[in-house]
Design a protein around this ligand. Structure first.
Ligand SMILES: NC(=O)c1ccc[n+]([C@@H]2O[C@H](COP(=O)([O-])OP(=O)(O)OC[C@H]3O[C@@H](n4cnc5c(N)ncnc54)[C@H](O)[C@@H]3O)[C@@H](O)[C@H]2O)c1
Length: 276
């Protein structure tokens, strides 16, 4: 019997990256999943994630929606409850990154990051909270980042939202606790997804346009993992921690954030982290 047998898990940003791993790990543990993502259905991302869920004998409801829209999230929660009868857990995973030194960053980029990574998380939990309160149970997992604890190059907007997620964690957990619902977070280190595997980021690390390769990223991340022989982690490592937090094993765990970072936060970043 799986750790999430018979549960339904609602995942934002569920079509790809870590969201796909959350869907597959939840299904592996016996849950059906609802995926909300803004990806283009023509990309095939939803189909791949749904196939991964069905491979575990579970069902997936894939919906296109934007976490910046309360209407999209409310509709997705409604559709999920109609299909599966209930929602037991939420993983507020959708997030974006926009690089740039803070004094060069456009207001448009700043606002986009705030809107998805902070406001979108609040809207996601807001959409499902009445259902949890009605059922007097539920589990929420927020996705923060090691960048909430430790500054990252050209990542002020992103790091500020991931720090704010930890503030949100405290308040959401506090307000939902009397209703039997729990709220926790995971702070991933560098995870091997499209978010970090961009030419733009490779170039920042290499110090100029067109100079960067994936190897620059692998070498850079390796410096920030205390555990041996590790660079970026696979998304399943984050998903396995979310499984634990959403399971009965964590029934009295609330208001905490668990780093999944191979000891990244144990390594002091100094000048190495500044891209000059
Ligand atoms: N990759 C990392 O190293 C890393 C480290 C720490 C934290 N995180 C966080 O983990 C989470 C997942 O990131 P990832 O690495 O899978 O990134 P990713 O870019 O690979 O995937 C993000 C997914 O979210 C979706 N998405 C983006 N904006 C959306 C919106 N407005 N509405 C709905 N869906 C949206 C995308 O379509 C995509 O499917 C994010 O919150 C990210 O900030 C990532």
């Amino acid at each position: 019997m799986g750790l999430l047998e018979g549960k339904t898990v609602f995942i934002t940003g569920g079509a790809a990256g870590q969201g796909r791993a959350h869907a597959q790990a939840s299904a592996r543990e016996g849950a059906d999943v609802i995926l909300v993502d803004m990806a283009d259905p023509a990309s095939g991302a939803y189909d791949e994630t749904v196939a991964g869920v069905e491979a575990h004998g579970r069902q997936a409801l894939a919906l296109q929606g934007n976490v910046t829209s309360q209407a999209d999230l409310d509709a997705a929660v409604g559709a999920g409850i109609e299909r599966f009868g209930k929602i037991d857990a939420v993983i507020a995973n959708a997030g974006i990154h926009r690089s740039g030194l803070f004094w060069e960053q456009s207001e448009e980029d700043w606002n986009a990051v705030m809107d998805v990574n902070l406001n979108g998380v609040w809207k996601t939990v807001k959409a499902v909270a009445p259902h949890f309160i009605e059922r007097q149970s539920g589990s929420v997992v927020l996705i923060s980042s090691v960048d909430a604890y430790d500054p990252e190059s050209e990542s002020t907007a992103y790091g500020v939202t991931k720090t704010a997620v930890l503030g949100l964690l405290k308040y959401l957990a506090y307000e939902l606790a009397p209703h039997g619902a729990r709220v926790n977070a995971v702070a991933p280190g560098f995870i091997d997804t499209a978010m970090v595997n961009s030419q733009e980021f490779y170039d920042i690390l290499a110090g100029g346009p067109g100079l960067g390769t994936r190897q620059h990223l692998v070498d850079y991340v390796h410096k920030f993992t205390a555990m041996k022989d590790v660079s970026m982690l696979d998304a399943i490592e984050v998903a396995n921690t979310a499984v634990y937090l959403n399971s009965g094993l964590a029934q009295y765990v609330t208001g905490v954030c668990i780093p999944v970072d191979a000891g990244h936060l144990l390594v002091k970043r100094g000048e190495d982290n500044l891209v000059h």
